[in-house]
Structure formats: structure tokens, C-alpha cells
Design a binder for this molecule. Sequence first.
Ligand SMILES: Cc1ncc(COP(=O)(O)O)c(C=O)c1O
Length: 401
Amino acid sequence: MTTGSRSTSGGEALRFRLGRELDDMAEAGTLKEFRVLESPQGPKATLRGHGEVVVLSSNDYLGMADNPAVVAAGVEALERYGAGTASVRFICGLFEPHLELERELADFLSTEGSLSFVSCWNANHAVLDALCDKQTHVFSDELNHASIIDAMRLARPGSKKVYPHSDTEALDSLIEGAPDAGLKLIVSDGVFSMEGDLAPLPELVELAERHAAVLILDDSHGLGVMGETGRGTAEHFGLEGRVDIVTGTLGKALGGGAGGFVAGNRELCSILEQRSRPQLFSNGLPPTVAASARQALEELRGNPGLVATLRANTAEYRRLLGEAGFEPVEGESAIVPVIVGETAEAIRISKSMLDDGVFVTGFGYPVVPEGTARIRSQISAAHESDHLRAAASALKRAAAS
Ligand SMILES: Cc1ncc(COP(=O)(O)O)c(C=O)c1O
């Protein structure tokens, strides 16, 4: 029996080309290494080859990934419904946990409805795909998440304009310059994932209302984090119910597994269900993930104090970094970036921190612009003071080494 495959000469040439690319990355010190977790994700986790480490690189903002009730809900759904429908939703149906999750999300966000997807990547793709035609004009913040950028490319609207980060005057002029006819969509992250800053939501809402545009907010890093009760960036600004379409992930604060959703009016959800490509051509969320995410929402609703704890932890970490001589990028979310310059330096610091028992990822080009590589820490309500102190000290040692 042969175990390897024999490639064509085209396949071999490709292998050579890709191999060279990987060698170049290794030489430049920019090759990413992938860590294997041998325990659940949490404020501390066990990494293969490194033992137990403090984690500041996950989006488990509320400690839901290993919350016993969240895990139990997933297990129960797995036992009751099995692994999944084994096809897409319109062909094979969906499970009760999908409906329960979608009702809960809509209720949580004060929208008429919501629709789940296997990821927020897919959810963003679905919205833009379903809403864009040659008469649609899309306006997108330059720092929007890659899923929005790619979704715009695939959706091929009549025009797409990228406005400078959070520059609402520039956005206003761009909208003014667009043809009167046709749908206008403004798309923004709620919390920007690499900077941790917030979208200027009051201005975006005002602009959308004045220009009769539709506002789409990807609040993946805002849900569970911003606002008194974790309802996100809109709650933070007192603008609940004023954002037309909210998209978000279930892979961060709301469970930590996977999945995404779109929340908005009933007609939007129905249209997405009827004809968005990720719904028509891709399986739905596994029921175990839907049940875990729904439980995570229930945990958050039952204990909104988690959000206050997260905020206090973030303030404490910023204070510790200041004491250690760092000036993190300003921001109100749970993302705390420290700019270190070159990509290789960010990778070196994060490796050195790992040797010191702290797992935090260095981000460099092309995820962020050249010269702005950073150590991005993400804080969780589950962190304890000792974890935060250990992380700040490890960063100080690594940066000085
Ligand atoms: C702002 C934003 N949108 C979308 C996504 C994609 O989420 P998912 O992992 O559910 O595809 C992410 C994940 O990094 C994100 O930060």
C-alpha cells in the first residue's frame, strides 16, 4: 500500500514555490507557530511543551469557554441531536437549539430577529452578498475586519468606498458624492480588533439617518464586553435599537466555540435565510455549539456583574502596564495593544513571554501595517490579579531582553 501521493510536475513546482515562501518567512522570523492546548481554554491553560501558562491571547472575555453550564448545554445537545443535520438548513432542516439561540440573540439585542451561521465570517459574507447589487454603494472603515473586506469583494456592489479610520467627516463627503438612487450601506466594526478602539457610533447613526443609509455593525469584540450588561457597542453609547443590522461571533465572549449571527428586522433575516449563499450552500451551526452559545447568553443575563469584572480587570492591567513603563494604545474595550514596531520583534517578545509562562500573541504585517507590530493582550473576567501581574512583568522582561 502506498502512503504518499504522486504529484504532477505542476504539483511539484507548486510545492517548491510554497516551500521557498515558508523558508523566507522562517528566515525573516515571521513564521507563525501554532500552540496545542491540552486543557480547556481559560485564564490559564496547559500548552503542549510549555505546561500551564497564563493566557492573554484568547477572546474568552467572559470565561465562557470552560463554564460548566455552557459545556453541559453542549453535551446535552450533542447527546440529544447528534453531531448535526448533515446538510444545509433548507435541505435538511434545523434543530430546536438553533431557534432558541436565534430568539435569545434577537431578544438580547432588541432586534426583531436573528439568524445563525457557522461563523461571523460567513455572517458578514451573507449580509453583503444578499444586499448588494449594481445599485448598492458600500462605505467601509479602513480598519474593518478582513471578513468585511472580503465580503465586499465577493458581493461586487455598484461602488465601494473605504473611509479613513473612524473619520466620519470623510465618510459624510463620500456619501454626499454617491448617486442618490440605490441602497447605501455603512459598515463598521463596533470594536476594532487590532486597536481595541470603538467605532464613532453616535456619528455613524446620525449619518445613516441623515443619508437614509443602512448601518451594519460587526460587534464581534463588543458583545459581552461593552455596555453595562454586555449588549455591546450600541449599549455603551445608549444607542440600542438604532443600529439597523448587527453581526457578531459566538466564538468570543458568547461561548467561545464557533458560530456567528446576523440580527436585524424580520424581513432581513428571512431574505438571508432564503438566499444568502452561506445559508444555501453550507451546513448550519452544529446543535451543540448553538446550545452552548444560548447557555452563554443565559449566563451573561443572569450575571451581568461579569461585564463589570471584565472592565475592572482591564483597567487593572492597563495600570500595571503603565507601572511597567508601557503606553498601551488608548481604548475602552478589553483589547490592550502595545506597539513594538517590527513583526519579528513582536514574535520574539511573545516567544520570550511564553518561556516565562504567559501566552500572548504578537501581531505583525500583514495583519497590521508594517512598523506597527504589536503585543495584543486580551483581558477576561476570569483573570485574577496574579495572572495580570504575571503578564505585565513578563512583558517588561521580554521587551528588555
Ligand atoms: C470583528 C470581527 N469580525 C468577524 C470575525 C470572524 O469571526 P468568526 O471567527 O466567527 O468567523 C472576527 C474574528 O476574529 C472579528 O474580530
